[in-house]
Design a protein around this ligand. Structure first.
Ligand SMILES: Nc1ncnc2c1ncn2[C@@H]1O[C@H](COP(=O)(O)OP(=O)(O)OP(=O)(O)O)[C@@H](O)[C@H]1O
Ligand SMILES: [Mg+2]
Length: 493
């Protein structure tokens, strides 16, 4: 009979314990910008190592990736010749220094040969650069965007081709929707775009950064600059915008995300399409809208939200997404009078039965928070809860919009919801008293009854802000009702 060796079994137990501890604990990684040049990941995180060609020089970045960053597909991606990234899973495994090209054999001594090369190469390069510049200037302002030049969607997309000098934003956005993943431009292309933008003027400041108008190849773009303190918000927003199949005419068109490390701090950029009218909040403060104008705005907002909320099944599908910070400042007005939903930094995705809560601790805007969020009765385990809270905010947003609808010269001034019931920048407690305890909602003006479209809008708005979240309309229902408003208008006129 075999005798049990007490020393051996405790050694085995210790080894098993060590392995399990290793698996569940985080990793230690090299981190250039951290204290002691070390960082520690959460469980399921990874060490990150990257090298990228910037202004002809190799720049390396080493840091930790959290579990949620690992989920974002972008960080472990390498791009042929120009960037190399790797994620690894043992302590300090990112200690090695990556290079883009294998070491070249040492040049043979002898200046005369090099000089000969220089004499031939330098003028050639200068000539090429001059030619490229001429082509760029000639074509930069006027972008020839014809179907004939579009790439076959089946062909693999090449970074260099994506960035050819005659591409304008429209071309790139087209490339984005056909470049395989359907989720965004390759990282290197995004970085190249971001680094060739010239900032023009600051156009707004929010809680998590400053928004600038910038120029890229003669076209306006919006650049939201986050401070390194708000890296999580930047990452989350970039990640959500790059969700497969998210692109929609009523969702802000994302172009690029870039994190530029200048040695002492990291600049975090989010580049998107620029809309000269700014937010719906800015727009309604400045202008009133006609009944038709209101219908167009309401329909585009409802369409954007319905797309966000909708889950599309299939390989090219999209998860359902709830916005969680819907308000008039987070909707932008396009030149053609339609609107786009912006600011997805707080959004949650619904990935097959799991609700993925963003890793930052941002909460929505208190004034627009649904009663169940204010009194914390919301069931966060059910994704539907987040969609229903969005609908409540949509109701408030529609109320702001409908007040500015000018029917036969009559309209209200611009006001935020609950302007007459809570102070500016209200606390959760102040909001809760009004919305949950007193069950008050913004006032629906009597004169809306005398305009059929506004009457229907009033009813729709009420059905969005019920206390009982299950009784609220769905985004799809709102969209359908709003799309029928123009028919009402046509019949009545
Ligand atoms: N793509 C864009 N095109 C034009 N203007 C924009 C764009 N994005 C943002 N803006 C302007 O910049 C302002 C600031 O935007 P930002 O999202 O940072 O903050 P906010 O929405 O005003 O507030 P919050 O931080 O509470 O969301 C907006 O109100 C809008 O006027
Ligand atoms: Mg915003």
């Amino acid at each position: 009979m075999m005798s049990v060796h007490p020393g051996k079994s405790s050694l085995e137990a210790a080894l098993i314990f060590l392995c399990v501890a290793q698996l569940t604990a985080g990793l230690k990684c090299v981190c250039q910008l951290c204290a002691n040049h070390t960082c520690e990941t959460s469980a399921d995180g990874a060490c990150w190592n990257s090298v990228m060609l910037i202004d002809g020089k190799e720049e390396t970045v080493k840091s930790c990736l959290s579990a949620s960053e690992m989920k974002g597909r972008v960080f472990c991606y390498s791009s042929r010749n120009v960037s190399k990234r790797s994620c690894c899973f043992t302590d300090y495994c990112n200690n090695e220094t990556l290079h883009l090209h294998p070491e070249r054999p040492l040049e043979e001594p002898g200046w005369t040969r090099m000089q000969l090369f220089a004499v031939i190469l330098v003028p050639c390069c200068l000539l090429c650069a001059a030619l490229l510049l001429a082509v760029f200037i000639a074509r930069g302002q006027h972008c020839a965007y014809t179907l004939a030049h579009k790439q076959d969607p089946e062909e693999p997309v090449d970074d260099q081709m994506l960035m050819s000098a005659d591409k304008c934003l429209q071309d790139l956005i087209y490339d984005m929707s056909t470049s395989g993943s359907g989720s965004g431009l390759p990282l290197l292309v995004q970085r190249t775009i971001a680094r060739t933008i010239v900032l023009q003027e600051s156009i707004g400041k929010g809680r998590f950064g400053e928004v600038w108008r910038g120029k890229w190849r003669g076209e306006d773009v919006a650049v939201k600059i986050f401070s390194s303190r708000d890296e999580r918000s930047w990452f989350r927003e970039a990640e959500i915008y790059q969700t497969i199949m998210l692109r929609h005419e009523n969702i802000l068109g994302f172009i690029a995300a870039d994190n530029k490390d200048n040695g002492s701090w990291t600049q975090l950029w989010l580049v998107s399409e620029y809309h000269v009218h700014g937010s719906l909040y800015d727009y309604l403060n400045r202008y009133t809208v006609s009944v038709e104008g209101m219908i167009v705005l309401a329909l585009s907002i409802a369409s954007g939200l319905a797309h966000l909320h909708m889950e599309i099944i299939g390989t090219q599908g999209k998860p359902a997404i709830a916005h969680r910070d819907l308000k008039s400042k987070n909707v932008l007005v396009k030149k053609n009078g339609t609107a786009v939903i912006a600011d997805l930094g707080l959004a949650v995705k619904h990935d097959t039965n799991t609700v993925d809560i963003p890793s930052n601790h941002r909460v929505g805007t208190k004034r627009y928070m649904a009663p169940e969020i204010l009194d914390e009765s919301i069931n966060m385990n059910i994704f539907e809860s987040f969609k229903r809270a969005d609908i409540y905010s949509l109701g408030l947003l529609f109320w702001e919009l409908a007040r500015r609808c000018s029917d036969r010269g009559l309209h209200e001034d611009f006001q935020l919801p609950y302007y007459d019931l809570v102070p500016s920048d209200p606390s959760i407690e102040e909001m809760r008293k009004v919305v949950c305890d007193q069950k008050l909602r913004p006032n629906i003006p009597n004169q809306w009854q005398s305009c059929e479209v506004l009457r229907v809008m009033g009813r729709l708005i009420r059905e969005c802000w019920y206390t009982n979240s299950a009784a609220r309309l769905t985004a799809l229902r709102v969209k359908k009702t709003v799309s029928q408003l123009s028919a009402i208008r046509d019949v009545k006129e």
